[in-house]
Write a protein that binds this ligand. Sequence first.
Ligand code: NAD
Length: 373
Amino acid sequence: MNSRRNFLQTLSAAAITFPFLPLDASAESNTVYNPPYDGPVLKVAIMGLGSYGTRVAEAMQACKMAKLTGVISGTPSKIKNWQSKYNIPDKNCYNYENFDQVRNNPDIDAVYVITPNALHHDQVLRVAKAGKHVICEKPMAVNAKEGQEMIDACRNAKVKLLVGYRMHFEPKTLEVIRMRKAGELGKIMFFQGLSGFKLTDTSQWRLNKQLAGGGALMDIGIYAINGARYMIGEEPVWVTAEETKTDIATFREGVDETIQFQLGFPGGAVASCLSTYNMNHLDRFFLNGDKGFAELLPSTGYGPIKGRTHKGELTQPHIAHQTIQMDEMAGIILADKVPIVPVDGEEGLRDLKIIDAIYASAKAGTRIKLGLA
Ligand code: NAD
């Protein structure tokens, strides 16, 4: 403990409090900076113990600044499993009826909502009312109106609202953003975002409009929307979109199978994107400027992300996305750390406004103007 203290004393005051992982780790170094840590820790309850909740919980075991301390689930057997796996006491376990009681639980600072999309709005409102910070999975809600209500509720309750945009902390993604900001790609002219997979399990809530709020665009196309914004570094001013449906039995009314969309940016760049539930091998970002290019392929899967630019291969280290995300989000919530790419409710809301406009454009067959600034 003494040597740990001595080590910490050699660091600056800010670094002592939050020795964040080096997101700009040099290309040569594949070792992750791993100092001891005894600063504040964000105590997190996960709501929704499904496939992504399970992945987040696993990744959180390597976090320094975030700790899984509670669960919220409607399935008692899952709660039991998680309790024994993660050493969670009975007093930190809730169901969907009683989770408002987290209000009185000092072991829980924040609730991470990882349930089907259409449930996020009401669940976030309840967590905010209980006075706890909220991390909410993407899409933050199923439309911009709901998103705005969530932002207002969290602001009124004086709690933070973050959206689970894990790519905003991913080292190769951040390197491309650094290069673009430094002018190394020149004037940005074009972005391509291909986001899709073949959805084969037709029993999923993802094909139920009531729970999903839409189709592929809500679930996977949102990566291309969000990526276009952080790769180009501007907010789009118009959108056009066309929908294709080849399987009306699987993708029923209101559940989009494939949408192609274009976003126009104030600096003149255009993004051309594809969102689909009916094709595999679609996870590619390509950013083109008048001095160079960057390609991420895969660009948003769980990784390792791979990429190259006109200067060569990207070699930043792979760290489980959710581990970095949760440590960084702990810093944002506990110490007002400012991320390179925002992950707050306003960021989630911009994507929802674009999603609303893409659906409107596909329906009307016309270009829709956006007012996101
Ligand atoms: P999932 O079906 O595997 O898990 C959903 C969980 O919600 C289950 O445990 C289920 O029991 C629970 N649930 C609570 N109420 C429910 C209801 N009324 N109907 C159905 N399930 C209910 O889904 P998932 O893949 O874990 O997705 C959950 C959320 O996480 C979605 O919003 C999704 O977009 C998001 N997600 C994000 C990422 C990412 O990389 N950031 C990846 C996958 C999923």
